[in-house]
Structure formats: C-alpha cells, structure tokens
Ligand binder design. Structure first.
Ligand SMILES: Nc1ncnc2c1ncn2[C@@H]1O[C@H](COP(=O)(O)OP(=O)(O)OP(=O)(O)O)[C@@H](O)[C@H]1O
Length: 312
C-alpha cells in the first residue's frame, strides 16, 4: 500500500531521515516510533506530500506519490494530529462532513455516514452533531478528529501522536476504541508515537527510528524476543529473563478461560512459544492450579510495560 525506497530527507545540512526503506501492507497498523527528533513526523508527512523528499522513492498504491495531485492525496489519505484541528465555528457534523462535501456526496449519504461514525465511537449523534467543538471534552474532540479522518472512507489514515495530549485514562480508552474500530474497518494506518507501550498495544508492526535511521522493523513480539541491538533493547526498556514462561504473566485477577474456546497451554510454556500461538489466536487458556486462566497477547504486553515501569 505504501512503500519507501531509500528515502532521505535533508533540511539544509541537517539529515532528518536517512535511507529509509519499508513497506506498509494493506490493512496493517504500522507504528513509527523513536525518541524526539528522530524523524517520525518527517517520515509521516512525506507520505501525503506535506513534506517533499530529498532522495529516494515513495509509492502509494504502486504509484510514486509525486504522480498524485495534492488534493487526491488529501482525499485518499486521512490525517489525524495531536493538536485537534477541528474548525471552532462549525458544528461537529459540519466538521466531519468536510471531505465528503468536497467530494460532492449526497446530503442524505453524509447524514447517514456522520451518524454511523459518531455512533461507532460512542458519541450519540442526536446529542452531539449540532454542538460546536468547544462544547465537547478533549477526549470527545479527539474522537471527532479520528472519525473526521475516516469520513470519506479513505484507504489510508496517518496519525501523528493523536492521543498524547490526553490524560492517561482517556488515552487508554481511545486506544481501546481505536483497536476495536480497526478490527471493524481494517484501514491501513500509519501511527506516530514516542510511547513504546502504545506502540506495543496498537501496532501490527513497529518501525523504530534513531537519529533519522531505522534501527528495527518488526512485530511487537519480535521487538521483545529479538531486539536487534543495544539501542532497541534500551528503548524497549525491558530486559527479558532467560526461560521466561507464560505462567509468569498470569495475574490473580485473570479471567477464567474455557479450553474449548481457546487453545490450552501449560504454565511452563516458554514465552516465545506462546507468541506463536498468539499469531493465530486472540488468547490462550493457561492451565494453572486455580483452573484455566485467559491470557491475551495484550495482557502480556500490559504486564511487560508495567514491569518496566511506565515512563510515558
Ligand atoms: N522544517 C524543518 N527545518 C529544519 N529542520 C527540521 C525541520 N523539521 C524537522 N527538522 C529536524 O529534523 C529532525 C527530525 O524531525 P521530526 O519532526 O521528523 O522528528 P520526530 O521524531 O517527529 O520528533 P518529535 O517526537 O519531537 O515530534 C529533527 O532534528 C528536527 O529538528
């Protein structure tokens, strides 16, 4: 869907992104992560041509991005920013309807789409559609920011730290909403964050930048089980112990699991082997002395990030 081939971006003598190559598959949730100033936002903005590249090639749907008209890119690629940029004088519905209106959708279709999207993120259309952005909470406004990017049904959505300005509780709830939404809509999402916990929770694959260069691209599992070098290891901030077993991740409050529904694994199963099961199943049932306990891939990441102490 999106391909970078040896892409370099320089601002004068400053190299912001150096020789970046990666491929984002259709329907994939691809996370760009790295310390401040490592080139994440520059990379993201080169996709929709907000920033021109210096060297290399970027393809969108197998065509160089330079072959698209800028407005075509804006229509096909939704964009969500950290600073919610809703138009203050417009109602929520008018904000969401902008791109559909530019694309000359019928009014009835716009109404239906707006209501559908608002319902999808838990905003009752009748209550909220005619309100102005200032009459919504920060979290609600950010939900509108996300669905506005989805309004005209673009195949790709770019998100630049969309939740980082929110309090931790709202943030977690929006992350959960986005996970649920993504399961339903299956868009290609490129998501920038500097928070490894968020990356692990949301990403199908993670691309870690360091001073403009890519250090590692891989699934959250690969980052945990096979960090490529000391920088990656340190960035994850979690030192894996030898022979770690799945039993160590079971908490006292874990839900009961039926083995008829989930594959059953022993407590002594190695974490690497459990990840192979997670590749095909949402969760596993772990046999413990107190009965079978449910453990999902997300539970494991949550446990790991708690263990490393959440610095975000
Ligand atoms: N318009 C610009 N002119 C000159 N240098 C720039 C410009 N924009 C970005 N840079 C530099 O390019 C590098 C990469 O910046 P970028 O914004 O892509 O980083 P980032 O990883 O998104 O950082 P952050 O997490 O702080 O947003 C930084 O060193 C930054 O100072």
């Amino acid at each position: 869907m999106i391909e970078f081939k040896n892409v370099t971006k320089r601002y004068g003598s400053k190299t912001a992104v150096e020789d970046a190559s990666f491929y984002v598959k259709e329907g994939e949730f691809f996370v760009l992560i790295g310390p401040s100033g490592s080139g994440k936002t520059t990379t993201l903005k080169m996709i929709n041509r907000l920033i021109p590249l210096t060297e290399g090639y970027i393809y969108f749907k197998d065509k160089p991005v330079s072959d698209y008209e800028v407005h075509e890119m804006r229509w096909d690629i939704g964009y969500v920013l950290q600073q919610i940029a809703l138009f203050p004088h417009m109602t929520i519905k008018e904000n969401i309807a902008q791109v559909p209106q530019m694309k000359k959708w019928k009014e009835a279709d716009i109404d239906q789409r707006t209501a559908e999207l608002m319902t999808m993120v838990g905003l009752d259309p009748d209550t909220y559609k005619d309100r102005k952005p200032a009459e919504l909470s920060g979290g609600q406004q950010q939900r509108v920011g996300v669905i506005r990017a989805l309004a005209a049904d673009p195949p790709v959505i770019l998100m630049d730290e969309p939740f980082s300005a929110l309090d931790p509780i709202t943030r977690e709830s929006l992350q959960d909403d986005l996970t649920a939404l993504q399961q339903e809509i299956k868009k290609t999402i490129v998501f920038v964050t500097h928070d490894i916990k968020e990356a692990m929770k949301l990403g199908d694959r993670i691309c870690l930048f360091n001073e403009g260069r890519i250090e590692q691209i891989g699934t959250p599992e690969e980052f945990l089980t096979a960090p490529k070098n000391d920088f990656v290891q340190e960035f994850i901030g979690y030192q894996r112990e030898e022979n770690e077993t799945i039993g160590e991740f079971i908490r006292a409050d874990s839900a009961e699991a039926e083995e008829a529904v989930y594959p059953l694994v022993e407590e002594s199963t190695k974490i690497e082997d459990a990840f192979k099961v997670f590749a095909e199943h949402e969760a596993v049932a772990v046999r413990t002395a107190k009965g079978n306990k449910l453990l999902s891939r997300r539970d494991v990441f949550k446990h790991l990030s708690d263990k490393r102490g959440d610095s975000a």
